[in-house]
Each structure stands twice: as C-alpha cells, then as structure tokens.
Design a protein around this ligand. Structure first.
Ligand SMILES: [Zn+2]
Length: 94
C-alpha cells in the first residue's frame, strides 16, 4: 500500500527545492496563517490576517491583535465566576 502523502498546497510554489521536512512544517504554519478564523467578538469565521499579529474580522470590522501566524489558541467565552460574597470587615469603633 502506498503511504498517504501530505498535501503541500501553499508550499508547492517552491517546487523541488528546500527539502521535504522544512516545506511540510511551513505548510502547516501557512495553512493556519492563510485560513479563516473565528472572530472573538461576533464569532463569525471571517477573521483574516492583515499583518504579523494583526487580524481583521470581515463581518463586524473588528481589528485586533493576536499571534503572528494565528489567532490566539482558543477563544474562550468570558464567564466570570461569581466570587463568593465578600466578608464584611467589621469596623471597630473607637
Ligand atoms: Zn467579528
């Protein structure tokens, strides 16, 4: 059985040069870099990279910072755990 070949896609532009290992690594990075990401503001998968670390949502227009080649790892919903009631400090009267 033939082994499954990874598709190089964006790295095909290098042709037969530079070696397979480096190219496969770059392909992984570029797939994320050039792909669409989920917007942390409107949750639409419309975020594209503008420049290193700068991302722009094409739906709501939000421009924000992230990692150079990807939006931050996971966009977590902001769920702030309600802190237990603060213990009231008893003020001592003089
Ligand atoms: Zn958005």
């Amino acid at each position: 059985m033939a082994e499954k070949k990874k598709k190089l896609k964006s790295v095909k532009r290098f042709g037969a040069r530079y070696g397979r290992r480096v190219k496969h690594k770059l392909a992984e990075v570029e797939a994320v870099q050039k792909g669409k990401h989920i917007c942390p503001y409107c949750r639409a998968p419309k975020v594209k990279r503008v420049a290193a670390g700068i991302w722009n949502c094409r739906k709501c227009g939000a421009k924000f910072t992230g990692k150079a080649y990807s939006v931050k790892k996971e966009i977590k919903t902001e769920k702030k755990e309600e802190e237990p009631e603060e213990e009231s400090k008893e003020e001592k009267e003089e």
